[in-house]
Design a protein around this ligand. Structure first.
Ligand code: ZN
Length: 128
């Protein structure tokens, strides 16, 4: 089960990597594109600063390449190898998937990136 305290919880929900109590994002829905990159400066619960240094989230771009490739490979396996819709249709399916999932991939990459640097700390998760 996906619970607070598991790194995946913070990565998949976009919650604070240290306490898992608050969302890092002002608008939790990545498909509201106007606020895709809008994040709180600090966690309202444990006061963790999300942007560790000024260009911190540029590093998330490298993560997004890896996540994007993982999505492309998954679509290739499903569309080409399992369903067998042919190479051209598979290519189209990959492009469509990338466009549709891009906001999600961008958020996911930021969540993975920050979770590499900030560890879960159960002491901060206590309700006080
Ligand atoms: Zn927190």
């Amino acid at each position: 089960m996906l619970k607070k305290g598991n790194k995946l919880y913070s990565i998949l929900t976009g919650s604070c990597p240290r306490c898992h109590q608050e969302s890092m994002y002002i608008d939790p829905n990545p498909y509201h594109l106007g606020s895709l990159f809008k994040m709180y400066t600090r966690c309202a619960h444990c006061n963790t600063k999300y942007k560790i240094e000024p260009s911190f989230f540029y590093g998330a771009m490298y993560v997004s390449y890896a996540v994007g490739i993982a999505f492309a490979v998954a679509v290739f396996v499903i569309a080409f190898l399992i369903i067998g819709i042919g190479l051209l249709n598979t290519f189209i399916a990959i492009v469509v998937t990338m466009v549709v999932f891009l906001p999600f991939i961008i958020r996911l990459s930021r969540n993975i990136w920050i979770n590499i640097f900030i560890k879960y700390d159960p002491a901060t998760a206590r309700i006080d």
